[in-house]
Design a protein around this ligand. Structure first.
Ligand code: AMP
Length: 416
């Protein structure tokens, strides 16, 4: 059989998993302290969830979803992003009835049929937070600050925060109309997909990666020029908090993000170190999404961060030193020594990694294993234990020493 793996997916091998643990543990630690709780939603959902939420004219829904029929002919989709599943869970579990402010985070795989390249995969992992039930601009600032604090905890450098506001149901129609008028002049050069977007959702043309469209975006109307007073005020308040907290940012009037549900604040955290795939975090406010799914009017907001991109950055900036505790190999001479060997191993495991040999094998074979496993020390459990004595060998230097069994807990102080 010719073993292979689909394009855009990858194994995370044991020499990589420590990076993942570090990121996941740092996230859990920090988010829990900001009073978020973890949620785990299914990896596949009904396709309709994403069509309605993420948006039927987005690139994600039009081109990138892994959609299939199950054996009963139902259309299912591997989740391309985390927010729709979280909102579905909020509604199906009637969380709004008991928990007016709900703060959750998630960590898990997402799937998009995109062109794979460095930092862009078909199965990738996101770590995200969502807040439901708060409409005040302070919380917009707080989630941006949380994303920054998380990246700073990992000591990442060269980050830039870009912010924009997309307005609300009150001011969006005028902006939409302006965009429609603008792009209508170029109708003939729009691709069939962008022509369809012109009618249904002209905002999405601003995400177009079509080379003929990119220069046209330059002079397209910008959402900030169409904000109603409430949206303007909200945006100013968010920026005010950013200034108060001394967080630097850039207003990016062209930032629209690739998902349909955003209202008001949108933001990205980018880095100059990743080439084309420069966005590490993306997020924003979605005040109509819960209602779109038939729920009670509930403001919401959140962000998602790509774990693979974060690891690329951390490696590039040499920010992670992965250290495992020294490895001790316990060579066991006879079956009658096993019980003592197990006790010794147990006490050593508080500070060390411990591998057991086997009395089934000769000492010579056991030492070969110790070598193959790249052990730091070997402890010999043999007749010496009858006199409470253990021989320990530094496997790197070859030095040997005898220690008393009761000193085993102090092994770190034994200099060989
Ligand atoms: P989005 O859900 O599109 O707003 O993306 C949020 C973050 O997820 C991005 O800033 C990236 O870090 C990450 N991301 C999105 N798509 C991919 C992908 N195909 N491969 C790797 N990371 C991705």
């Amino acid at each position: 059989m010719n073993l292979g793996i689909p394009r855009g997916v990858q194994d995370i091998l044991p020499d990589e998993t420590p990076f993942w643990h570090l990121i996941e543990n740092t996230a859990r630690n920090l988010f829990e302290k900001y009073n978020y709780e973890e949620i785990r939603t299914p990896i596949f959902e009904f396709t309709e969830l994403f069509i309605k939420g993420t948006g039927e004219t987005t690139d994600i829904v039009m081109k990138e979803m892994y959609t299939f029929q199950d054996k009963k002919g139902r259309s299912l989709t591997l989740r391309p992003e985390g927010t729709p599943g979280v909102i579905r869970a909020y509604l199906m579990n009637k969380i709004y009835a008991t928990t007016p402010i709900w703060k959750v985070y998630y960590i898990g795989p997402m799937f998009r049929y995109e062109r794979p390249q460095a930092g862009r995969y078909r199965q990738f992992h996101q770590l995200g937070v969502e807040v439901l039930g708060r409409k005040d601009p302070y919380i917009d600032f707080e989630i941006i600050n949380l994303a920054i604090e998380f990246l700073k905890t990992l000591e990442l450098e060269n980050l830039e925060v870009e912010i924009n506001s997309l307005g609300c149901t009150k001011c969006r129609p005028a902006y939409r109309e302006a965009l429609k008028n603008y792009f209508s002049q170029y109708k003939d050069i729009l691709s069939p997909i962008d022509q369809e977007r012109l009618e249904r959702n002209p905002l999405r043309i601003l995400d177009s990666k079509d080379e003929k469209i990119i220069p046209l975006k330059e002079n397209a109307p910008q959402p900030l020029d169409f904000l109603c007073d409430d949206c303007k005020n909200h945006f100013e308040r968010v920026l005010n908090y950013m200034n108060e907290a001394d967080l630097s940012f850039k207003i990016s009037p062209k930032l629209v993000r690739g998902l349909d549900y955003y209202t008001r604040t949108v933001f990205e955290i980018t880095t100059t170190s990743l080439g084309a795939q420069n966005a590490v975090v993306g997020g924003g406010r979605y005040d109509n999404l819960v209602e779109t799914y038939g729920g009670p009017s509930t403001p919401g907001l959140g962000f998602a961060l790509g774990i693979e991109r974060l690891i690329l950055l951390l490696k590039q900036q040499n920010k992670i030193k992965i250290e495992r505790p020294p490895l001790i190999f316990i060579a066991i001479e006879k079956e009658k020594h096993v019980k003592k060997a197990m006790e010794i191993a147990k006490s050593l495991r508080t500070n060390y990694r411990v591998e057991m040999g086997s009395p089934e094998e000769s000492l010579r074979t056991q030492l070969k294993w110790a070598d193959k496993l790249n052990s730091d020390y070997v402890i010999f459990v043999n007749q010496g234990i009858e006199n409470n004595i253990l021989k320990i060998k530094n496997f790197k230097t070859g030095e040997e020493k005898e220690i008393k069994i009761e000193d085993i807990k102090e092994l770190q102080h034994v200099v060989l």
